[in-house]
Design a protein around this ligand. Structure first.
Ligand code: ADP
Length: 911
């Protein structure tokens, strides 16, 4: 175990002898033994022993020590005022952090100050605005298994967004994991932890929480009928465990904002019953089937640059979301990301969004006005979350109020909307006038951050408060007038009334005037040139003021909490409003991008079951690439069930990858409900997009690039169908040319004949273009380049047919490779071209076994001779190999089986 976690050995050995404070630390460490405990001592969060050594090094803060009668302990502390940034570093270093606050004022009760963990901060359960990206969700996941069923639950603790899904296949759940990319996952004893990528912190959690019955109870504390809401026991387990975890990280002591309230709240240290732990703002649970959305696996998410730029281009906003995101508020930013993450399948849902985008595109003034108004919208989801968790201050309430104030204007903009979606939004935009009025009446317009020191509640909101304030005010007025009265009474003109925090109010008389002091003056303080006095009357007044002020502060806090509680009761309405504003902002954003970048509305072609895809794009552009460079050449694309496999050739850098991705991105954008970068587009919704991008583009973690490639291909061949869009870019590069060719060809044939997916296949293996002639639904496309005086000119223009050469050598010249090397390359290229042409044609070709091995890379040299001599004597093994290859059920092979098979076939050739 990490030495920074759990109770320090040095303390555990002598727990009973420790000072009460250190015992408290020890016990909290024992209770939160998977977290680093930050222990409040005054203005600092301290850590001790191993934890102190770790934090000192990690956070570069001083390592000191604390000595008491029981020994000396290393200690290091971080200032509470600046704790968030340190906590962020601890999280990045892979720690969970348990924050143990003092929950009473020192001296409030005898003995050591009471402390409790007020929150456990983990990467997946952040609620602190400072630690969260505003425009994206931050999910914690839980997985649970029940029989063959594997369920995934996802919760954003900061907003209350809660989702659940399940599948019988591990891959489908893994795809959903990569879709949402949770930074943390909670797992039970039997869950497959390997579902999660390395970037995800895996948190083992009480097995009990995953128990079917216990989880069922937990879920039913939140939702009326879990069995109707969720589809399986596995889902109930995952959701129940996740809710328990969210309650656990909230900490045992909810009232984190006030050190020791003097009122009834102090009782909170009592063990809480389950209902108290409930997070009231988790009001919706969305159960979905992965098949309801366009499925994008991890590879597709990455290679289509939805959220992360491809390393090579390096510009952080060079992503699809970077181009599309014109949202005005955080709510809309998150909604848009959710839409891009989960593009739709049903034409009517897509059309509903497109109608709204179209309407917003045409009305420029309205769109701009809406954008302007939405800029004033605060993050209502997180705001209401904080309000509900009792973490909100008075400023948060005012922010809510300010947002509510914008809503009527936003609504007005939609008053004469035409399309259903916008009309619905108009109806959904509830300005929550009652809530706004409550806050307006109760909370002053510019309240302080602190909620325990008064100055929050407005005048005339509460009669008792007004009385107390009146008393304090009258008292102060009486004191203000006192100076004048006493001067008159004593005849001392220099007499002064003042206040200091130790002695309170006083009357000050300078030494020369001391004989004028009346009998009722009582001496308080002697200064060098003067004496300070009080009178019983002044003392009484002072007590009255202080008493009234103290009671007013307390009363204000109570009133504030009541208002906050009343607002929290409206959580569902606030969330409904937040969702409407989020949707509107996302739609306005899509319309803005559409107008700004000259996109067109795609036509969505409905299709019947079992029918293939139709994609017809004229003048299409790559939405990201066209933004990152000066000019972009539009290219069309036309696919239909009878014309569904394009073999695309062209030299490096001619635009093959860009073209393939642009087709996929146009399809994806259309399914998001966005306009698309094209002159016109007609699209049937695609169920899944698969991509396999050349090995050289890939950072393979641990596995060989070839293994990665085979693994991904196996997935595609197994799972794609006639409604999938498949992009294959330089497949087969991870191995020698001959193998690569064989694999690429076999795959292409299989996709064409068995899978039936719409496929874009880019290759620099020219022989493969012949496939386009051989296979009925295949066709060839190419990028032409021109040679101008030995220079290569890229036109980036796609044309029918196959490219005539690879131009690699010319590109090398252009790049400044010496002439002699280029000459030699030309010779070799000429040789290879003959070889390749032969190798790629039908395997029955008698020249095959003579030539194919010759194209093999370095290690193939010896084999080539062996093979040639063998074939001269025995029957031709390549025919057997070809036959075997043909009968190979590639889709049913695991990657390892594929490798083994490949190896066997190669041996066969060698024998
Ligand atoms: P390939 O896959 O054929 O090696 P890429 O698709 O990676 O080529 O394109 C190489 C570069 O050419 C891109 O980074 C881009 O800058 C440019 N490019 C590609 N397609 C176009 C286009 N249609 N119009 C303008 N530039 C393009």
């Amino acid at each position: 175990m990490d030495p920074a976690l759990g109770p320090p050995d040095a303390m555990a050995e002598k727990r009973d002898e420790l000072t009460p404070m250190m015992r408290q630390y020890h016990d909290l460490c024992a209770r939160y033994d998977d977290a680093l405990v930050l222990f409040q001592v005054g203005d600092f969060y301290e850590t001790f022993c191993g934890a102190a050594e770790r934090t000192a090094r990690l956070l570069e803060v001083a390592l000191t020590s604390r000595e008491d009668s029981t020994g000396e302990y290393p200690m290091s502390g971080i200032p509470i005022d600046n704790a968030e940034s340190y906590i962020e570093e601890l999280l990045e270093a892979g720690y969970r952090v348990a924050v143990a606050d003092q929950i009473e004022e020192p001296g409030e009760s005898p003995g050591v100050v009471e402390r409790a963990v007020t929150r456990v901060i983990t990467p997946g359960t952040l609620t602190e605005d400072e630690l969260l990206a505003s425009d994206d969700n931050n999910f914690v996941a839980a997985v649970a298994r029940d029989g063959t069923d594997l369920a995934l639950a996802l919760l954003d603790v900061s907003t209350g967004d809660f989702l659940a899904t399940s599948s019988a296949t591990r891959e489908a759940v893994a795809d959903e994991v990569s879709r949402f990319d949770p930074p943390e996952a909670v797992v039970g004893p039997d869950a497959p932890a390997d579902l999660f990528p390395e970037t995800c912190m895996v948190t083992p959690f009480e097995a009990d929480a995953f128990d079917r019955e216990r989880a069922g109870e937990t879920v039913s504390r939140y939702f009326r009928n879990p069995d109707a809401l969720l589809a399986s026991d596995a889902e109930i387990r995952a959701c129940g465990a996740l809710l328990s975890y969210a309650e656990y990280v909230r900490g045992g002591e909810h009232e984190g904002e006030r050190g020791g309230t003097t009122d009834a709240d102090a009782d909170d240290t009592e063990p809480e019953d389950a209902d108290d732990a409930r997070l009231e703002y988790i009001t919706h649970l969305t159960r979905y089937d992965p098949r309801e959305y366009l499925l994008l696996d991890a590879v597709a998410l990455r290679s289509l640059e939805l959220f992360e730029p491809r390393a090579v281009r390096g510009r952080e906003d060079a992503t699809l979301v970077g181009v599309l995101d014109e949202t005005a508020c955080a709510l809309g930013g998150r909604k848009l990301r959710d839409w891009i993450r989960r593009p739709l399948l049903q034409p009517d849902r897509i059309e509903a969004r497109l109608d709204a985008v179209e309407e917003l595109t045409s009305g420029v003034r309205r769109r701009e006005r809406l954008h302007e108004l939405l800029r004033d919208v605060y993050d209502l989801e997180r705001l209401i979350g904080r309000i509900s968790r009792e973490r909100a201050n008075a400023r948060d309430l005012r922010s809510l109020r300010d947002t509510l104030a914008v809503v009527p204007d936003v609504r007005d903009q939609l008053a004469d909307a035409d399309c259903d979606r916008l009309r619905q939004l108009h109806a959904d935009l509830d300005p929550l006038a009652d809530v706004r009025e409550l806050i307006d009446d109760a909370i002053v317009s510019d309240p302080p951050i602190e909620i325990t020191e008064g100055g929050i509640v407005a005048e005339e909101y509460d009669a008792d408060l007004d009385d107390l304030r009146g008393t304090a005010r009258d008292g102060k007025r009486w004191i203000d007038d006192l100076e004048e009265r006493e001067r008159e009474r004593t005849g001392v003109d220099s007499l002064k009334v003042g206040y200091n925090s130790v002695h309170g109010y006083y009357i000050e008389v300078t030494n020369p005037n001391l004989e004028a002091v009346p009998d009722d003056y009582q001496r308080r303080q002697t200064l060098k040139n003067s004496e300070r006095f009080v009178t019983p009357e002044l003392k009484d007044r002072e007590d009255e003021i202080v008493g009234a002020e103290e009671r007013a502060d307390e009363l204000e806090y109570e009133l504030f909490c009541d208002v906050r509680g009343d607002v929290a009761d409206e959580v569902e309405r606030v969330q409904g409003l937040a969702d409407a504003l989020a949707t509107l902002d996302a739609l306005v954003s899509l319309a803005t991008a559409a107008a700004q970048y000259d996109y067109c509305r795609p036509e969505i072609a409905a299709r019947d079951d079992g029918e293939g895809l139709e994609i017809d794009v004229e003048g299409g552009r790559h939405p990201v690439v066209e933004r990152t460079q000066e000019s972009f050449v539009p290219n069309g694309a036309r696919f239909s069930p009878g014309r569904r496999l394009a073999v695309i050739t062209g030299p490096n850098m001619s635009g093959k990858s860009t073209y393939m991705r642009q087709v996929a991105q146009i399809v994806l954008l259309a399914q998001v409900g966005s306009f698309v970068p094209a002159r016109s587009a007609r699209i049937t919704p695609v169920d899944r997009i698969f991509t396999r991008v050349g090995a050289s583009d890939d950072i393979a973690g641990g596995r060989s690039t070839f293994m990665v490639e085979m693994d991904e291909l196996a997935t595609i061949l197994r799972e794609a169908d006639e409604r999938s869009l498949v992009l294959l870019d330089e497949v087969g590069r991870g191995t020698s040319t001959a193998d690569g060719l064989a694999i690429a060809q076999a795959i292409t044939e299989h996709i064409h004949g068995v899978v039936g997916a719409t496929t874009l296949f880019a290759t620099h293996h020219h022989p493969l273009t012949e496939l386009a002639d051989d296979l009925e639904a295949a066709f060839a496309l190419h990028f032409e380049v021109e040679q101008d005086d030995g220079e290569v000119v890229f036109h980036h223009e796609i044309a029918p047919g196959a490219a005539t050469g690879s131009y690699g050598v010319e590109v090398a010249t252009a790049a400044g490779v010496p002439e002699s090397v280029v000459e030699r390359s030309r010779e070799l290229a000429a040789e290879n071209a003959t070889d390749e042409a032969a190798g790629g044609s039908s395997s029955d070709d008698p020249t095959t076994d003579e030539t194919a091995p010759a194209t093999a890379t370095a290690d193939g040299g010896e084999r080539a001779t062996a093979s040639r001599s063998a074939s001269n004597h025995d029957t031709d093994p390549s025919a057997d190999v070809a036959a075997e290859l043909r009968s190979l059920e590639v889709a049913h092979l695991t990657p390892v089986e594929a490798l083994t098979e490949l190896d066997r076939l190669r041996r066969l050739l060698e024998e």
